[in-house]
Design a protein. Structure first.
Length: 316
């Protein structure tokens, strides 16, 4: 039998077939030693083959084969273990929820997320949430930030998950697709999903005033079918979004504005640091590229994992 993984709890997987039947499945041991360098061999969104078995009058499945993934989003731990965790696979669009404060989403976090989405070929849309709570000065800062990413080619939408502002625009993008919402805990992911699909009633939590960080409300990723021909994958809040291992020479390819200029650099393996006649550095000097993006690039290039909680454009 073949089905899609809708939920993973670490040891058991909820798999749904095309005819809508749901089975609880486990995996064969060999998946754990196949050299898959992640903490979870099977991810939500995976298409899998499984066989049924009956124990104590209970029918369960055993996953025997994972179909090739079209793409996947991965999180690398920012601690010393450097383990990776596949958050979801076969995703059509990923929405990153961003808040200016309460909690703060820093540019380095946004850029790391976008690099990962680019690396795996997933369309990314930036949602600036809680716009109903900002004063004039804060709204200007949001507009400035959105302008940076719109210029690169990313779709940016100002929304209010609580008030329902521009949620229809989000739904239009989601139609006929598998979507994922991500961002720090407390940015309003569950509130937005509840506005889009009230019948799901996902748990929401208030921001912790003491730490200015959201309380984790989702423990495991889970996929849901919506009533307007859309699927969503709900994921745990991500504090540190590590970048997958990639060659230094290819990192610039995942910054679209750098990639566009790459052919104009003197050296085809230009790292855009100290090389002569570098088109990216020239564009930077001419203020055609945002300094915040370039600083994020350097930090990822140098493997500076501890600076993902910093706004690079503060220095501009």
């Amino acid at each position: 039998m073949t089905g899609t993984v809708y939920k993973s709890t670490g040891s058991w997987y909820t798999v749904k077939t095309n005819n809508g039947k749901v089975y609880e499945c486990r995996i064969k041991g060999k998946f754990r030693i196949k050299g898959i360098k992640s903490t979870n061999p099977v991810a939500v969104g995976d298409l899998v083959d499984f066989k049924l078995e009956t124990n104590n009058d209970q029918e369960t499945g055993v996953i025997e084969y994972i179909h090739e993934r079209h793409n996947y989003i991965i999180r690398k731990s920012v601690n010393l273990s450097k383990q990776t965790h596949i958050i979801a696979s076969n995703v059509d669009v990923v929405f990153l929820l961003i808040t200016l404060n309460n909690p703060t989403t820093f540019t380095t976090f946004i850029d790391r997320f976008l690099v990962t989405a680019e690396a795996y070929g997933i369309k990314a849309v930036l949602l600036f949430n809680k716009i109903d709570t900002y004063n004039e000065e804060e709204l200007l800062e949001i507009k400035y930030l959105a302008a940076i990413y719109r210029k690169i080619g990313y779709e940016c939408i100002g929304i209010s998950a609580k008030k329902g502002k521009n949620v229809d625009k989000v739904k239009a993008i989601m139609k006929s697709k598998v979507s994922m919402f991500s961002g720090h805990s407390g940015v309003g992911k569950s509130t937005l999903v509840n506005t889009i699909a009230p019948d799901l009633s996902l748990k929401t939590a208030e921001i912790s005033d003491q730490h200015q960080q959201g309380l984790h409300t989702t423990t495991f990723a889970e996929m849901f079918d919506l009533n307007f021909d859309a699927k969503i994958i709900d994921t745990p809040g991500i504090k540190g979004f590590g970048v997958v291992d990639m060659d230094k020479e290819e990192l610039g390819d995942y910054f679209p504005e750098f990639f566009e200029l790459k052919s104009d650099c003197k050296f085809n393996n230009c790292l855009h640091i100290n090389e002569p006649k570098c088109a990216v550095k020239e564009a930077l000097d001419n203020e055609e590229i945002a300094w915040s993006r370039y600083k994020s690039y350097l930090q990822i290039l140098e493997g500076e994992e501890e600076h993902y909680r910093k706004n690079n454009y503060d220095d501009e």
